[in-house]
Design a protein around this ligand. Structure first.
Ligand code: UDP
Length: 403
């Protein structure tokens, strides 16, 4: 199949862990690669955010990444990109027309890409499927006035739910949210994200560690990721160290307001010698860090899906996570890890401490994590399901267009 993916702000080529680059970039990269490896002709369209970027990059077998004009060719926060989506859609349609490369299906990632995708699809009535990755209604509920999303977001998401051919939900919690947006149930397919089981394994090099037990957390340094709750929780986990990975590179952490707040909090609680911020770690070194730890803690206030539990589990690490979003599907409580209420540092601390002091349970969780991730969350699994959904939707659309 000819598959056009649009991921307007999240390039598969981006550096992960920075402000607008995380799970979506990893997801788009791995999905495109897995589909290309199956012989599909995949083109990923992402915004040109630097003048020197090449127009096209051969990314993997049968996968090309194209840098497309959508707004100025410099970094722009994703919340400012909405005005460029219709022009992006028009640009894509004329590019496909000029090249005679008309996709069989368009897969949009993030709501704004959906707006561009519908526009690009229009001349040929192409089918458009969407992965939201995050929903504006959920963000608004949790962040209230602090939500910097453009005002169109909520209406656009409702409009997309009406007009899209299909929607990929990544977890059951997202299905519930999509129903509230009045998405017709027959449009939804549940396909969780995958994890790279070759890169993330329980054996291999590990980052250096001390005698102390190690708790790690991985994520962008934004408030809703709950790092402050974890630091508070560490008061209940004596003698363990807490390593927080993500944000700008180490040399620039002093300039990061969230990093400064987290360090100040650790100092105020007398934990400065047990809390360490590493800054951004290159993606290829992430398995080393998971393998160096005793537990991954995922403390966000909300989390649309969350790739890090899968990465950690693939390295044989139990996960203690807040009972939000994708965590309630990926973490099997009492089997591979534990779930705790969000924004409750006491409960979080007690749960981490209980697990770290129970070697038998820790080993059992570790073995069960490996089993769970291998049987359910390999990329091959995800790509197979995505492929059959594309085929079903493309065949259906063809019948409708020719009828
Ligand atoms: N990541 C990384 N280096 C870092 C921090 C994060 O490579 O310093 C990666 C991490 O391994 C994962 C992704 O960024 O693949 C984060 O994805 P997740 O879904 O957990 O969170 P998001 O950032 O999308 O909210």
């Amino acid at each position: 199949m000819r598959i056009a993916m649009i991921s307007e702000h999240a390039s598969p080529l981006a550096v992960l862990g920075t402000i607008d680059a995380g799970g979506q970039n990893t997801h788009v990269a791995a999905l495109a690669q897995a589909l290309g490896a199956r012989g599909h002709d995949v083109r990923v369209y992402t915004r040109r955010d630097a003048v020197e970027l090449p127009e096209r990059v051969a990314f993997a077998a049968n996968v090309e990444v194209a840098h497309v004009p959508a707004g100025p060719a410099r970094p722009v926060p994703k919340d400012e990109l909405r005005p460029f989506m219709e022009p992006l859609g028009d640009w894509l349609a004329s590019r496909w027309q000029a090249e005679g490369w008309i996709p069989d299906i368009i897969h949009a990632h993030f709501w704004m890409s959906g707006v561009a995708a519908l526009r690009a699809a229009d001349p040929w009535r192409l089918p458009v499927v969407q992965t939201f990755h995050a929903l504006g209604v959920v963000k608004r509920r949790h962040q209230g006035a602090a939500d910097t999303s453009p005002p169109e977001r909520l209406n656009d998401e409702r409009m997309l739910c009406q007009r899209l051919t299909g929607v990929v939900a990544q977890c059951r919690d997202e299905i519930r949210e999509l129903r509230r947006l009045e998405l017709a149930p027959e449009k939804v397919t549940l396909i969780p994200s995958g994890v790279d089981l070759v890169r993330f394994q329980s054996t291999g090099p590990a980052a250096p560690r001390s005698q102390r037990r190690r708790v790690i957390a991985v994520g962008r340094l934004v408030e809703r990721k709950g790092h402050a709750d974890l630091i508070r929780a560490m008061c209940r986990v004596p003698d363990a160290e807490c390593v927080i990975i993500g944000g700008p590179v180490l040399a620039e952490l002093d300039d990061d307001p969230v990093a400064r707040e987290l360090r100040a909090l650790a100092t105020q609680l007398g934990l400065a010698d047990r809390v360490r911020l590493t800054g951004q770690i290159p993606a290829e070194q992430m398995p080393h860090w998971y393998r160096s730890a005793d537990v991954l803690v995922c403390p966000p206030w909300y989390e649309p899906f969350g790739l890090t539990p899968l990465e950690a589990m693939a390295c044989g690490l139990p996960v203690v996570a807040t009972a939000v979003g994708g965590h309630t599907d990926t973490v099997a409580p009492g089997i591979t890890g534990d779930l705790v209420p969000a924004r409750d540092p006491d409960a979080l601390g007690r749960t981490i401490q209980d697990l770290l002091s129970d070697g038998v349970r820790h080993r059992a969780y570790s073995r069960a994590s490996l089993r769970r991730v291998r049987t359910r969350y390999g990329w091959d699994h995800c790509a197979t399901r995505m492929e059959s959904m594309y085929r079903r939707i493309a065949a259906h659309t063809l019948t409708e267009v020719t009828a």
